[in-house]
Design a protein around this ligand. Structure first.
Ligand SMILES: Nc1nc2c(ncn2[C@@H]2O[C@H](COP(=O)(O)OP(=O)(O)OP(=O)(O)O)[C@@H](O)[C@H]2O)c(=O)[nH]1
Ligand SMILES: [Mg+2]
Length: 437
């Protein structure tokens, strides 16, 4: 059954056909009921049906059609993947139960969660299956359990400080609540991870520093070669356009052969203008041109690409400083965002790159790319703890819609989703066993 059929059924109840089938099954054993009784039952049922039909079917159709619209925005391959891996019933219920005026918001949340869940498949599979193994192997919470857990988190690139803090917190919680067996540990771990993440970045702003309507916002994209700067610019351009903003791109990577053309392709895809000069020309001059063009065409957002392949740190610093100077001279306060792209698959190396860029320029946010391609998604936590720069977006694939604003709770829940559902099912099984007894 397709995702939408399930969604529809969840909201509207089973289709007439399926209802008829159910009724046949229900009626079959009631042979001894008199015809009169059956008639009364049927009348009751049809009354109930018409009442609920009138009140809920319009709303439900509305939610379903809005959900369909939202999913149409996703690429076909993603829809297939979502259909293959259905959303948790609990999340579908969320859409179902939301008040009418909030349905749109809830549905967006659900589809965002679906994206995190898909994009984090590698990390989740390795991480949760290892945690599941650990829980199965150690029935009791003891020192050895914590040692193994520590190893596992380090392997996922969570970072030593965060791991130590997490283990300390868990040990305290286990003592406080007198927890003996490991069965509830998954939810406790995810709860604590979100808590630690939030504490480490208290007061941090993960939204983009956008200028008020009518003013130009300049975003500079920096990072070493191959991390995904140009791809992220393409995704951001499409995102802003969807929000109704006009966008322009500046081809500031004049260093690498083919870099300008690559940005032009993204520009064409999103239908936005790309300001460029010949390969090898001064990037600061490109920026100057781009800012002038953006101002004269009343553009809302200018996103600037830069070279990642500079020979050494001094060159990098000099170039970024010059670009910065030119932009801020033309527009005081700009660039409004300097986004550092970091490749999640490079693990701890990403942290070293970040330190270098922090020295070279005022990085205002991180875009963590290729999270879909690594089993070491724990790097998000290490970045937060070590760098004090907010992760503003994460890249969860190569497609134009695969850039998502970062949300720690959805992220951690995405990591543990299956494990938590498993736990919930076990709890429910246990509860029903108790009731049965
Ligand atoms: N799976 C996956 N691949 C990505 C993501 N972001 C970028 N890529 C891929 O990473 C490769 C490099 O991306 P680019 O955007 O060219 O990287 P860049 O930082 O501009 O590289 P240079 O221009 O050489 O400095 C491309 O093949 C992209 O498709 C992501 O979030 N997930
Ligand atoms: Mg590039």
């Amino acid at each position: 059954m397709s995702f939408f059929k399930r969604l529809k059924e969840k909201i509207l109840g089973p289709s007439e056909e399926e209802q008829l089938k159910e009724e046949e099954i229900e009626e079959a054993p009631s042979d001894d009921a008199s015809d009169d009784e059956r008639e009364v039952q049927e009348d009751d049922r049809s009354l109930d049906d018409s009442r609920s039909d009138e009140t809920s079917s319009e709303e439900a159709e509305d939610v379903v059609s809005k959900a369909e619209e939202a999913f149409e925005l996703l690429e076909e391959s993603e829809v297939e993947r979502i259909e293959e891996e259905p959303l948790d019933d609990a999340l579908v219920e969320l859409i179902d139960e939301a008040p009418e005026e909030m349905k749109e918001e809830v549905k967006e949340e659900v589809s965002l969660f679906g994206k995190f869940k898909m994009g984090l498949a590698k990390t989740r599979d390795s991480f949760t299956s290892k945690i599941n193994d650990l829980v199965a192997q150690f029935r009791e919470v003891d020192e050895e359990f914590f040692e193994e857990l520590e190893d596992l988190l380090l392997q996922a690139d969570v970072g030593i400080e965060t791991v130590m803090e997490l283990i300390d917190e868990l040990e305290m919680e286990v003592k406080r609540k007198n927890i003996k067996d490991t069965s509830g540990m998954q939810s406790l771990i995810s709860e604590k991870l979100v808590e630690i993440y939030n504490e480490a970045g208290e007061g941090e702003d993960t939204s983009l520093n956008m200028q008020p309507d009518g003013d130009l916002t300049v975003i500079l994209m920096v990072g070493v070669n191959g991390v995904g700067k140009t791809t992220t610019i393409g995704k951001l351009a499409a995102r802003f356009q969807r929000e109704g903003k006009s966008v322009m791109l500046a081809a500031g990577d004049t260093f690498r052969a083919g870099a300008i053309d690559q940005l032009v392709v993204w520009g064409e895809r999103a239908g936005v203008e790309v300001i460029r000069q010949a390969e090898g020309s001064d990037p600061a001059a490109v920026m100057y041109d781009a800012v002038q063009a953006a101002k004269s065409r009343d553009v809302d957002v200018l996103i600037c690409d830069t070279a990642g392949r500079l020979q050494n740190k001094v060159n990098l610093m000099n170039e970024l400083e010059k670009i910065h100077r030119v932009i801020s001279r033309e527009i005081p306060g700009a660039p409004h965002e300097v986004l550092l792209a970091l490749d999640a698959t490079t693990g701890q190396n990403a942290l070293i790159q970040a330190e270098t860029f922090k020295e070279a320029t005022d990085v205002t946010g991180i875009v963590l790319t290729k999270l879909d391609g690594t089993a070491k998604g724990g790097i998000v936590l290490a970045i937060r703890q070590k760098l004090q720069i907010p992760v503003k977006f994460v890249g969860l694939g190569e497609g134009v819609n695969d850039l998502q604003p970062f949300d720690p709770e959805k992220y951690v829940y995405g990591l543990f989703a299956d494990g938590l559902r498993l736990e919930k099912e076990e709890d429910e099984d246990e509860a029903s066993e108790i009731v049965d007894k």
